[in-house]
Structure formats: C-alpha cells, structure tokens
Write a protein that binds this ligand. Structure first.
Ligand SMILES: Nc1ncnc2c1ncn2[C@@H]1O[C@H](COP(=O)(O)OP(=O)(O)OP(=O)(O)O)[C@@H](O)[C@H]1O
Ligand SMILES: [Mg+2]
Length: 349
C-alpha cells in the first residue's frame, strides 16, 4: 500500500482551477520538492494536505485511508509555512512545546522532547530567548523544531528559506537535508528555486497552471525532460529548430546523428532541439562531436566562465557558457567554431 496518495485533486476558486486534477504518490521517507512558477498551485496543494482548505474534488489517502474530512490536528502532518510565524510571547522552548501541549503530552515527556529537539536543531543555548531575540536562521530552526516536535509522519514546508540571504539559505539547505536523514520523516517541500529543488530532493514534481506537468528524480528531469516547460524551467537551456531525414539530424547549421537514448527513432520534418549553455565547448572538439560556426554577438564576463550570446547562420540565437581561459572579450563580433557532445542534445516534439 502506498504511504501518501494525492488522487485527482481539484480545487477551484470561481472559474480558476488552482489545482486541476493533480495526482501524486509519495513513498514514506521521501524528500519531494514541488517546484513551479508563482501561482501554479504549490501552496494550494500543501494547504489541502495540511487540511487548511477543502478541495473541490479528489482524495488524499494516508496508509490507504481517505483523510480529506479530518481536521488539520488529526492528520499527523507538521508544517512550516513562510508566513506562519513563531509565537512572539513564547520562548524558544515554549514554541517547541506548543504542539505537544495541544496534544496533551505530560510535562515530563514534553521536557525531554523539547531537549531532544533543541539538540537536533543546535539551539540548546538559546532555549529561553524570545523569537525577536533570534536571527532569521535561528527563527527558522525553531519553526522546524516546532513542526517536528510531535513526531509528524509528513512535514510540509512552504518556501521556508525564501526570506533568508543566500549564505544562510545554503546553510539551512544542508541543515534540512540532515534533519530529513536523521528523522526519517517524509518531506514535501515547496520552492520556486530550481537549484534548491535539484540539490535537495529525491524527486521533483513540476507544477504549471494547477497541474503537475512532469515528475521524476532531479537527474532524470534535468537530463531527459520530456516537456519544453521542464526543459526550460529546470536549469538554463537553448532551443533551436531541427529535423531528421533518413536517420540524420539537421540543426545548428550542420548535420549529425544522435545516440540511441537521445534519438526519437523516427524521421521528423520539424522538431525542437535543446542544448544547455554549459554543454557547449569552444573549438571543433573531438571526433563525433557536433561542431558548428556561430557569430559572437555579446560577451559577458562571469569569472570562471564567460557567457557568449551566439547567432547561427540560420539567424537563431543561443547562449554558451565557455571557460574564461578559452575565450576573451576579443571574440566579440567574430565567427567562431563551437562544439557539443551528441549526448548533450535533447529532442522535443
Ligand atoms: N483564497 C483564494 N481565493 C482565490 N484564489 C486563490 C486563493 N488562493 C489561491 N488562489 C489562486 O490560486 C492560484 C494558485 O495559488 P497558489 O498560492 O497555490 O500558488 P503558488 O504556486 O503557491 O505560487 P507562489 O509561488 O507565488 O507562492 C493562484 O492563481 C492564486 O491567485
Ligand atoms: Mg505559494
């Protein structure tokens, strides 16, 4: 039996379908990111899971039982929502103890559990402080400890790190992964930061306009997206026109063949090819590489890698990220040769 199943969930606000027939199966202990642009329905799904909104139709099953009619406190789900602040009048310990008091744990058990949670998030020395005496990162740790204190089976996180600066966010990402490992709790993590989703999750579900357009492991979605939306949304990408006749592809102003795992196996009058900026090299490359000529129309210094805006003879433009040792600003305006491994080229129909 599956652990958590979202089955054809739809949530409408008047004419708007904030969730449009969303289905997702979650394994116990998984770390799943819900990734998508603003307004795509991520928070709506999390709220439905937490029990704070009532979907128009569909089911949510936990261990095979439909929990849609259950109150939030009867669902065994912890949550950390962006706007869900700490209780300002309670200390760090008081905040962590709060869900335990609601659940009527006895005082001895609460004290032991709070100690355990303080150790888990490294806040033992700050147990008596009030939230306003803590930094943003420390407050976020308290929120995590509070959400985990009663031992939920699922932790719902809605962009918990978006208010933090980059350094702190990266630190907290590591912290979250450790918490996930150490507690074994299933994490459902909402983010619109694709890098965060790629580095943190076992699996990513990509949302667009109330639907999950694609789901899979970070590697699968990054390396072999099947939709243009995901190919574009996860990592930077370039798209050019291509066609295939008698097994040979045309594109980038040249002809080439693609390896079996990349090739559709069928000829096509028109298809879209994608190639990531980081997979483009300078020069003709090695035997078997696709090499092509392009004019350098813009040059942006970027430290270890420079970014080049290129134009093919066909007029199509794309971006390459090239090691700074290889190309300098004097490339601007020149027709130069670039290459890519055939494995790096993807096909969309
Ligand atoms: N209470 C509500 N009444 C009407 N429309 C709503 C309500 N809550 C959400 N919506 C709409 O539902 C859609 C999905 O919203 P949701 O908050 O789930 O998006 P999101 O993916 O979390 O976006 P963001 O990344 O900006 O947080 C949006 O178009 C939003 O305007
Ligand atoms: Mg949201």
């Amino acid at each position: 039996m599956s652990f958590l199943v979202v089955d054809s969930l739809t949530m409408t606000y008047g004419p708007l379908r904030a969730l449009n027939d969303v289905s997702l199966t979650v394994k116990e202990g998984e770390f799943i990111s819900l990734l998508g642009p603003s307004g795509s329905g991520k928070t709506t799904l999390l709220m439905s899971l937490a029990g704070f909104n009532k979907p128009t139709s569909g089911r949510i099953l936990l261990d095979g039982q439909d929990i849609i009619a259950r109150e939030p406190e009867d669902r065994d789900f912890g949550f950390v929502f962006q706007g869900y602040a700490l209780f300002p009048h309670l200390s760090v310990s008081g905040n962590i103890a709060f869900p335990l008091k609601v659940r009527k744990w006895d005082a001895v058990r609460i004290r032991a559990r709070v100690e355990e949670m303080l150790a888990l998030v490294g806040l033992k020395s700050l147990a008596d402080r009030k939230p306003r005496q803590l930094s943003g990162g420390q407050q976020q740790r308290v929120a995590l400890a509070r959400a985990l204190s009663f031992g939920p089976r699922v932790l719902l996180l809605d962009e918990p790190l978006s208010a933090l600066d980059r350094m702190l966010r990266e630190q907290m990402q590591t912290e979250l992964r450790r918490l996930h490992r150490e507690t074994g709790v299933t994490f459902l993590y909402v983010t619109h930061d694709q890098q965060e989703a790629l580095t943190m999750s076992d699996r990513i579900a990509v949302f667009e306009k109330g639907k999950i357009v694609e789901e899979g492991s970070p590697t699968r979605l990054f390396k072999s997206p099947t939709t243009r939306f995901v190919a574009e949304f996860l990592g930077e990408n370039n798209f050019v026109k291509g066609s295939r006749a008698n097994g040979v592809w045309q594109g980038f102003g040249t002809s080439f063949s693609l390896p079996e795992q990349r090739d559709s196996g069928e000829d096509a009058g028109s298809a879209t090819l994608w190639l990531r900026p980081g997979d483009i090299g300078f020069g003709t490359g090695r035997d078997g590489d696709i090499s092509f000529t392009a004019k350098v129309e813009d040059f942006v210094f970027g430290g270890t890698h420079n970014r080049l805006a290129l134009r093919l003879r066909s007029g199509e433009t794309f971006v390459a990220s090239i090691s700074a040792d290889l190309v300098a600003e004097d490339a601007l305006g020149k027709d130069l040769t670039f290459h890519a491994r055939p494995e790096a080229v993807g096909v969309l129909r």
